[in-house]
Design a protein around this ligand. Structure first.
Ligand SMILES: CC(=O)N[C@H]1[C@@H](OP(=O)(O)OP(=O)(O)OC[C@H]2O[C@@H](n3ccc(=O)[nH]c3=O)[C@H](O)[C@@H]2O)O[C@H](CO)[C@H](O)[C@@H]1O
Ligand SMILES: [Mn+2]
Length: 354
């Protein structure tokens, strides 16, 4: 009787042990596989050796030191003239929706390596000095920043004094005859260079136009997995007026009755691998368009807007994060953090036009 009882228990325990063992083996292999595919998939040649672990830096616990002094946040008072949240519950960042003291205290603990990709091809090298000098005053001050300057003219890259932990890295790219080829070429050369170099050196990446000057704080409040900026020209416009690509033949096509916002392609940022995926998407989609004999209305900006409609950004930045000297500053823009310069399009671009 006792022997039979023991053997029953024994069998049960053995089964349980076997189940746990098989489960563990399955989870180990399955999640190992999922992990492998999730971070190696974005690599161009899909080989393991070219896939460094860029999951190291993530916006993590929002920890802050003790004894930091700052104004108490209110549950009642805040911006009421603008909407500080999207309908998918992501922050929409405006002056007055964050406390720089708190944000800096939190994000400096995380200390990401930030890459800024800018192109200065042809006559656009003239914008480098102003961009870099003002960037040093206002852009992620005290953070680790590397400006990747893509140019066809290395000798026109100015010497600019950089803060501690900040660098310039020059990448040579070919000249172009059409400005459209430069703006679309950005997606191609950025894809290649992120793949080869930048992903080994950075955790976070911004893509920016060079024809701009910083005027105010552009800080860690802008960081998230994927952050996009509202285009200053369309942030109060109904969706059918957005300058999305409207021809169904293009991969960037968006129908008139769809759309959240119109985002600019002149400032966008995110975790390195998320940005890599998006930059590469814009490159590949524009290649498909080219094969079909079409170029999207606003080049990579059209593809970017298509992507962000169906893959929502985790933070939306107000037009404070890219204004333009062409436009008067309205009352709801309390701070112009960075602004596009007025330029003579005909003179500065290889094939004129705007
Ligand atoms: C505010 C905004 O929405 N900007 C977009 C708008 O820019 P813009 O009209 O401001 O275009 P742009 O002339 O600044 O060109 C975009 C960027 O490409 C680079 N560049 C361009 C031409 C050239 O000969 N050499 C050179 O280096 C440079 O970094 C420049 O800042 O339309 C472009 C093309 O559709 C892009 O989508 C821009 O992001
Ligand atoms: Mn521009």
């Amino acid at each position: 009787m006792m022997a039979r009882y023991i053997s029953k228990t024994h069998i049960l325990v053995s089964f349980a042990f076997l189940a746990v063992l098989l489960g563990t083996i399955y989870i180990y292999f399955y999640s190992g596989y999922a992990f492998f595919t999730s971070f190696c998939q974005p690599c161009a040649d899909n080989t393991e050796k070219d896939c460094p672990d860029n999951s190291r830096w993530r916006i993590g616990d929002l920890k802050m030191q003790t004894s930091l002094k700052y104004a108490q946040p209110s549950t009642q008072k805040g911006r009421t003239d603008v909407n500080p949240v999207t309908n998918w519950n992501a922050p929409l960042v405006w002056e007055g929706t964050f406390d720089p003291v708190v944000i800096d205290a939190i994000y400096k603990k995380m200390d990401p390596r930030v890459a800024v990709v800018v192109f200065a091809v042809g006559k656009y090298t003239r914008f480098l000095k102003g961009f870099l000098e003002t960037g040093e005053k206002h852009f992620l001050v005290d953070f680790r920043v590397t400006y990747y300057i893509f140019t066809d003219n290395e000798k026109d890259v100015p010497k600019v004094e950089l803060g501690k932990g900040r660098k310039i890295s020059v990448v040579t790219v070919p000249s172009a005859n059409r400005w459209q080829d430069v703006v679309l070429g950005r997606m191609k050369w950025a894809t290649i260079t992120i793949d080869k170099q930048i992903r080994h050196e950075a955790d976070y990446l911004f893509m920016m136009d060079i024809d701009s000057v910083f005027h105010g704080r552009f800080g860690a409040e802008s960081l998230s997995q994927l952050s996009a900026v509202l285009h200053r020209g369309y942030y109060k416009t109904t969706r059918e007026k957005f300058p999305y690509e409207r021809r169904a033949k293009s991969r960037a096509y968006i129908p008139l009755d769809e759309g959240d916002y119109y985002y600019t392609a002149a400032v966008w940022g995110g975790y390195l691998e998320d940005m890599y995926k998006l930059v590469r998407y814009c490159y590949e989609e524009s290649e498909v368009d080219a094969k079909n004999g079409i170029e999207a209305a606003w080049q990579e900006e059209s593809h970017l807007n298509k992507y962000l409609l169906y893959n929502k950004p985790t933070k939306v930045l107000s037009p404070e994060y890219l204004w333009s000297d062409y436009d008067k500053v309205p009352a709801d823009i309390k701070v112009v953090r960075i602004s596009q310069l007025i330029k003579d399009y005909k003179e500065v671009r290889p094939n004129g036009g705007n």
